[in-house]
Ligand binder design. Structure first.
Ligand SMILES: Cc1ncc(COP(=O)(O)OP(=O)(O)O)c(N)n1
Ligand SMILES: Cc1nc(C(=O)O)sc1CCOP(=O)(O)O
Length: 308
C-alpha cells in the first residue's frame, strides 16, 4: 500500500459498515504529526464520522499499533490499551471497585423512584435529581440512601458528590463537565465508587486517566431525555469502545429498551442503564421483571454457547 489516500481508503472500507457515521461537521483535517499511518488513520477516522478529538486519539493509536506490530493492517481496529497510552493495572490511585456486571441500571429522577425500583429488584440504581436547591438535594440524597437499605440495590448519586459522601451512598456518577468542580480525592478517600460518563474515545481516555470504578458509554441510540452534544454512537462503536475499556465494568446508556437488549449486551458491556424504559412504562415493576428476565436469558444463552 503506497499513498496516504490508499491507506485511508483501506481503513474506511474495512470499518464503514460497523463504525461509520455520517460526519456532522466536515473540516480540513489538522495533523499533529507527519507519520504516514497517523495521517492516513486521521483522514480515515474523520471520513468514518468520528469527531476531531476522537479521530486524533485513534490516529495516534493506529500509529502506535503499527509500530508495535511491525505492519500496517487496515482490518485491525486499535483496541489494545497500550496503543492508547493507557496505564497498566493494578493502579494505586484507582477508585473502589464495583462488580463487572452491574446488571440492569435504573437512572431515576427522585428518591421515591429509587425506593420503588430498588424494591422491584433493580440491582443498580442512580438518583439523578436535578435541582439547585441544596436543602432539597440533601433531603433527596438521604432519602435515597435510606430507601436502598434492606434491599440489594447499589445506589449511585448523580452530580451531588458532597451529599453522597455525607449520606454514605455506594457511589457517585459524574459527567465529564462535572469533573472540574468535584473533589475526586475526597470521593476516593471516603471509599465511594466513581462512575464516569463518556461519549467517544477522547472522553473514555480522559475517564481512564482517573481510574474510576466504572465507565458509562453513550448515547448508544437516540434519546429524547436530554440534548446530546454527540451523535448516537450505535452498537458497532459501542463494541469497539468495550474492547478497549475491557478492564472496567462498563455501562451502556441512551435510548435502550427491551427490544435492543441483545445487540447492546453483545457489545460486551455488563450493564444497561435506562430511564424511560422504566420511568415511562405503564407498569414499571413489570418492566423491571421483563428487562431482568431478558438480560438473564441472554447471559444464559452465552454461557451455553461457551460451554458447547
Ligand atoms: C449510567 C449513567 N451514564 C451516563 C449518565 C449521564 O451523566 P452526565 O454526563 O453527568 O449527564 P446528566 O445525567 O447529568 O445529564 C448518567 N447519569 N448515568
Ligand atoms: C441521562 C443520559 N445520559 C446519557 C449519555 O449518553 O450520557 S443518555 C441519557 C438518557 C438516557 O435516557 P433513556 O434511557 O430514556 O434514553
Amino acid at each position: 500500500m503506497t499513498s496516504h489516500h490508499d491507506m485511508a481508503q483501506a481503513i474506511v472500507s474495512a470499518h464503514q459498515a460497523t463504525l461509520g457515521l455520517t460526519p456532522q461537521v466536515r473540516t480540513a483535517p489538522a495533523f499533529s504529526s507527519e507519520a504516514p499511518v497517523y495521517r492516513a488513520a486521521k483522514q480515515a477516522c474523520l471520513d468514518l464520522g468520528f469527531i476531531e478529538i476522537d479521530a486524533e486519539c485513534l490516529a495516534h493509536a493506529w500509529q502506535a499499533m503499527t509500530l508495535r506490530t511491525g505492519h500496517f493492517s487496515p482490518a485491525d481496529w486499535p483496541a489494545d490499551p497500550q496503543d492508547f497510552g493507557m496505564r497498566a493495572w493494578p493502579r494505586p490511585d484507582a477508585f473502589a471497585s464495583c462488580p463487572k456486571q452491574l446488571g440492569l441500571y435504573a437512572v431515576l429522577p427522585d428518591a421515591a423512584w429509587v425506593v420503588r425500583m430498588a424494591r422491584a429488584g433493580v440491582p443498580t440504581v442512580q438518583l439523578r435529581f436535578k435541582s439547585g436547591d441544596a436543602q432539597a438535594v440533601e433531603r433527596e440524597v438521604r432519602a435515597a440512601v435510606e430507601a436502598v437499605k434492606g434491599t440489594d440495590a447499589r445506589l449511585f448519586i448523580n452530580d451531588h458528590w458532597q451529599a453522597a459522601i455525607a449520606a454514605g451512598a455506594y457511589g457517585v456518577h459524574l459527567g465529564q463537565e462535572d469533573l472540574g468542580a468535584a473533589d475526586l480525592s475526597a470521593i476516593r478517600a471516603a471509599g465511594l465508587r466513581l462512575g464516569l460518563s463518556s461519549h467517544g474515545y477522547a472522553e473514555m481516555l480522559r475517564a481512564d486517566r482517573l481510574s474510576p470504578s466504572y465507565i458509562a458509554m453513550g448515547a448508544v441510540f437516540p434519546t429524547t431525555l436530554k440534548q446530546m452534544a454527540t451523535a448516537p454512537q450505535g452498537t458497532g462503536r459501542l463494541a469497539a469502545y468495550a474492547r478497549l475499556m475491557r478492564d472496567y465494568p462498563l455501562v451502556a446508556i441512551g435510548g435502550i429498551d427491551g427490544g435492543k437488549l441483545p445487540e447492546v449486551l453483545a457489545s460486551g458491556v455488563g450493564s444497561i442503564a435506562v430511564v424511560r424504559a422504566l420511568v415511562a412504562a405503564a407498569q414499571p415493576e413489570a418492566a423491571v421483571a421483563k428487562l431482568k428476565a431478558e438480560m438473564q436469558a441472554w447471559m444464559a444463552t452465552q454461557e451455553a454457547i461457551q460451554m458447547s
